[in-house]
Structure formats: C-alpha cells, structure tokens
Design a protein. Structure first.
Lengths: 384, 234
C-alpha cells in the first residue's frame, strides 16, 4: 500500500520526474566516465608487478644508462632476471597515430613480462628476425596489421625510417594489460646507432630486474644504487609500481581537476534533485497534513519522502550506470591510443551507487524536515 | 442533554495566536462536556473559534491553558509522538474539502489509516469493504477521487474516518462544499452513525439546516461559548 503510494507520488508530475531522472542519469553517466578515465590513467600502476624493479638514470628518464651496467646488476644478490627497454618514440605514418613503442632485449624481456601472451611459433619468428616486432592485439586491430606485414616507424628521438615486420601479436593475460604497444629488437636500434657513431649507442633507457622476494625490493634497490654511486650515470631504482606512479604524478593536477569535476557534477544533480523534491513536497503539503491528521508519525512521513526520492534517483542511477558501458565503448574508439584500458571497475560502480544514495538522501532531507516540523493546522489552512 | 457519560471533558481551555507582537485570543476559558454517542453541532460566525476548538479536541493543535480529556486521556499532556498515535486510534476527521489522497483509489484511501494498525492485509481489506458498503460506495471502490462526485468523495472521507472505529468523529463544515442533495445525503449518514452505531460526532457548521441534524447545538462567539441549545431529537 505504502509502496504503491510512493511510486505513484514519484511519477505524479511525469515530465518533471522524467527530467529529474534524466538529469540523474546523465550525472551518473558523466561521473562513471570520468572515474573510469582516472582509473585508466592508473592502469599501468594496476598492472605493475610486485617483483619487478625499474632502474633508471638518477638525473632523469631522458638520460640513458650504459648497457655495460648489466653485468654488475646481474651480480647483485636477489636479482633473478634482468632485461632492458628503451623508449623509441617512433610514429607510424602520422603523429596522430600515437602509440607506445620500445626497443627491447627480446628474450629476456618476454620472459620478464609473462602477461604478454604470444603464440610460440610467433615468438620464435620474432626472435629470429632482427627487424621483427611484436605488437599488441589492440594495435593490430587498429591499423589492420597481420603477422608478416611490413611497417615503417619514423624515428623522432632516433631519426630516420625504421622498417620492420610484424612477427607476433600479443594479447594481455588480463584486462589491465595494455594491448596497444609495439616492441622491437634493441639490437636493431643499437646497430644503426653504432654505425652512425651515435652517442646513445650501447645504452638503454631503463633496466628491468626481477627479484625473488617482493619484500626485499627496498634492499635490492638500495644495493643497485649503491653499486653505481659516484659513477658518471648514477641510478635510481624503484618498484615498477612506484615508477608508473611517477608518470601518473606528472598529470596529478589534471587528475585532481577531473576528480573535482566528477564530484561537482554530483553536487549539481544533488541540487536539482533536492529542488524537485522540495517543489513536489511543497505542492502536497496539505496532503502531508492529512497524513499527520490520520496519525502518520515522523518516521513514516520521512520514509515516504525518502522513498520517493530514492525511486527517482535509483531510476536515474540505473539508467546512468547502464549507459556507462556503451558510452565507454564509443569513447574507447577515439581514445584507445591514450587510454588502452577503459574498464568500469567495481569501485566505480560502487561510487555510482553511493553517489545515487547520497543524492537521494540529501534531496529528501529538507522536505522531510519541513513536513515533520509544519503544524497540521497551518498546512491544512494552506489547502484552503 | 444526553444522559450518557461524558466522553469529552474540556476545562478552562484558552488559546490565542500571535501575529507579530500582537496576541489575538481565539478561545477564552472554555469548559464543555460531550457525552458518548452525542452528535454536537458547533456553530458561530467566522473567526469565532469553532474550528480552533475542533482542532484542539481532535489533537491537531495545542491549547495555551486548560485541559482536554477524551475517553479519560488528558491529550494536552501527550507528546507529539503519543498524540499522533492517539489520533490514529481515537479520532476520525472529516474535512470540508474531503482531502482524499488523489493517487489512491477510494478503497485505498479508506484503507490508509489501517496501515498504522496491526491488522493483516486481509483484515484491512475486510474493514475497508465494510465501511465502504456502509456509505453505499461498494461499486466505486476502484475509482480515484477525481472520478467521484463531491458527495461521493465526502462519503469516502467519512468511510476513511470511520474505518478505525474511532472514539470521536470530528467534522469541519462537512457539507460546506456540497450541493444541497449531496449535503443532505451526508447529513443523513452522519445522523445514522450517531443513532445506529452510537458514534460521538462533533461537527462545525455554519449551516442551521445541518446543525438541526445534531442532538446538541453549541454557539461560539468571539471565543466564548455563548449558550447551549438542545435540539429536539425526533
């Protein structure tokens, strides 16, 4: 009976209610999208392994490290495996086709990153072809590449055209793995650098080490940095997670702005929903006086108003959450090169639900207070 | 005066309203008893305080001083929560403009006060059907208020007031918004409720024809009970 009353009252002014439901839906959709974009920014951090450390030049990432460091690093206690990567920064046909591409030491790199899943025959083909490359499934889909296709990257840091052949296409072990990257042999890069007597020959951007025990990360990092202390290229060793967070922190101001906007949106819709509830209850104040005359107490009246607010906000919230998934699919088409992992997480969904509940509660507080405190005779008098 | 024991006992009741810095007395030193099964009509000019007195007896408002005992309970001493519960159990209110809930059917409007009781759904249904048949509206149960005439809406309101079998039925100008025929129907019904079911009814009215249906008529003038006029009951 009271449920019927609650639903019928919620949709008494159909247009006003539908507009409010639409407003809540759009707000929840926008909130969900923005939160997902923030999550996507942290995707690299989420995908970081606890047992991998990154060694970089202590001055800056733009300064490289001598490849000769490898032998000393390998000898340090706790280091199980070692590889290296160099940011290549090549572009494919046009700058707008941006994607991450690295020169790597093929075998050790693939051993260190088991989250990149490759077919064995493709892996062998890659290892045998000095000009071969491995591309992510998303990247292959984006440019229509198949195994065996020849592609050319234009170097930006390392000038010139860099022809190579797609020898393998990897997929991610889980959804947090970026499938929009390209890896090719460092030997290929180094060979050309040496030929040109380039000062970056025999150097790598970063070293990646695998440690046996994640709890020993701090000790191993300290040991690595101690070895190269007072050398020409001092090192800074940190966990892969800290390394990825370092990138994210560069965009911290933008992320803060996105978070702020997402909460502002919820604040705005809170005001809209509160306005709807206040108007709705004010128009029916004499009815609430009748309820009070019949003996309905504060708890029941509060329940009726809060329930009505919840019905409207929950309808909007459900629509907004349902709309987030197709909206993200559309968004992903345009930003997959920047945000390779765009997934709505359980945390985002729970934030959505919490936001809806908060909006419903805040929107109901003022009308509930008014209904509870109004004198029956005053409210009945208003009815004429 | 009826020989039945008093069910409403009002002693030295006063009530005033504040308008800015001005205090306007509405009721002054009212003492009144109403017997069980009595049908009392309260008459008086506009602003005489009759609706205020009705609201105080029904527990909708608070007096400045004096006591109101209904069925032995001093309602002026009850807290807001207790007063709401007391109203739900002991008072049926009939308004001039019916005040039915527009999104509920006639049946649901009548069932509404029973939501506050411990009755099962089936029992609520039976009670609501019984009172709707008492007011001859069993064929209009599924109609919404907007689909009913004024007279029918007022009969639904009477059924809603009756459904909890309250100690008191209070009616504020129950025929004030009705045409003559519908008003007559409503008054006949209220008279039946008093005579046949022994309901105690307090009715505020301007209409002398309506007042003549009551067993007792009291006049209020400028907040004071002017005189008592016992109607001759045929």
């Amino acid at each position: 009976m009271l449920w019927k009353l609650l639903f019928r009252n919620a949709f008494r002014h159909t247009l006003r209610t539908l507009l409010t439901v639409f407003g809540v839906a759009v707000a929840v959709l926008a909130f969900g999208l923005l939160r997902t974009v923030v999550d996507a920014w942290y995707a690299g951090v989420s995908a970081a392994a606890a047992n991998r450390l990154i060694i970089r030049n202590a001055i800056s990432l733009t300064f490289f490290l001598p490849i000769a460091y490898m032998e000393k690093i390998r000898a340090i206690d706790g280091v199980q495996a070692l590889s290296h990567m160099t940011w290549f920064g090549g572009i494919y046909i046009d700058r707008k086709n941006f994607f991450a591409n690295f020169a790597v030491e093929g075998k050790s790199f693939l051993d260190l990153y088991p989250e990149f899943i490759l077919a064995e025959d493709q892996k062998d083909a890659f290892m045998k072809d000095r000009k071969g490359c491995v591309v992510g499934r998303g990247l292959a889909r984006r440019f229509g590449w198949k195994v065996g296709d020849g592609i050319t990257l234009q170097g930006t840091i390392f000038r010139g055209d860099w022809p190579m052949t797609v020898r393998a296409i990897y997929s991610g072990r889980d959804r947090t793995v970026d499938e929009n990257q390209l890896f090719f042999h460092w030997d290929y890069l180094n060979e050309r650098l040496k030929a040109a007597s380039h000062r970056r020959a025999n150097q790598a951007g970063i070293f990646v080490i695998e440690i046996a025990d994640p709890d020993s990360a701090s000790a191993v990092a300290g040991a690595v940095d101690a070895v190269f202390k007072n050398s020409l290229a001092e090192t800074l060793t940190e966990t892969e997670r800290a390394f990825q967070l370092g990138f994210v922190s560069m965009s911290e101001a933008i992320l803060m702005a996105i978070r702020l906007v997402s909460f502002l949106i919820i604040g705005i819709i809170m005001a809209v929903a509160a306005n709807t509830m206040i108007m709705s209850v004010r128009e029916r104040m004499h009815e609430f006086a009748v309820f009070k005359t019949l003996g309905f107490g504060a708890a029941r009246l509060g329940g009726l108003i809060l329930g009505e607010s919840l019905v409207i906000c929950a309808a909007g919230g459900a629509l907004g959450i349902a709309g987030t998934f197709p909206a993200l699919r559309i968004l992903a088409r345009y930003v997959s090169n920047v945000f390779p992992v765009l997934d709505v997480t359980a945390t985002t969904l729970s934030y959505d639900v919490l936001a809806v509940l908060a909006v419903a509660l805040i929107a109901a507080i003022f009308p509930i207070r008014r209904v509870i405190t109004v004198r029956i005779v005053d409210a009945l008098g208003r009815a004429g | 005066m009826s020989s039945a024991p008093p069910i409403v006992d009002i002693r030295r009741l006063s009530k005033s309203y504040r308008r800015g810095s001005q205090i306007i007395p509405v009721l002054e030193d009212i003492s009144l008893t109403i017997a069980e099964s009595e049908f009392l009509a309260l008459m008086g000019p506009s602003g005489s305080g009759k609706s205020t007195l009705l609201n105080l007896i029904a527990g909708l408002d608070r007096a400045d001083s004096g006591t109101i005992r209904v069925g032995g309970v001093d309602i002026s001493a009850l807290s807001e929560i207790d007063l709401a519960a007391w109203r739900a159990a002991h008072v049926g209110f009939i308004f001039q403009f019916y005040n039915l809930i527009p999104v509920l059917t006639a049946f649901e409007n009548v069932e509404l006060p029973l939501v506050l009781t411990d009755l099962s759904r089936r029992q609520r249904r039976e009670h609501a059907q019984t009172v709707l048949s008492l007011v001859n509206l069993e064929d209009r149960m599924d109609h919404y208020p907007r689909q009913l005439s004024g007279g029918q809406q007022q009969r639904v309101a009477i059924a809603r007031a009756l459904v909890t079998d309250p100690t008191l039925l209070v009616a504020d100008e129950p025929t004030g918004d009705l045409d003559r025929v519908s008003a007559e129907d409503v008054l006949v019904l209220m008279e039946r409720l008093s005579r046949e079911l022994g309901k105690t009814i307090i009715m505020v009215t301007h209409d002398p024809r309506a007042a003549r249906r009551a067993s007792t008529i009291k006049h209020l003038d400028k907040g004071v009970l002017a005189n008592a006029l016992e109607a001759a009951v045929p």
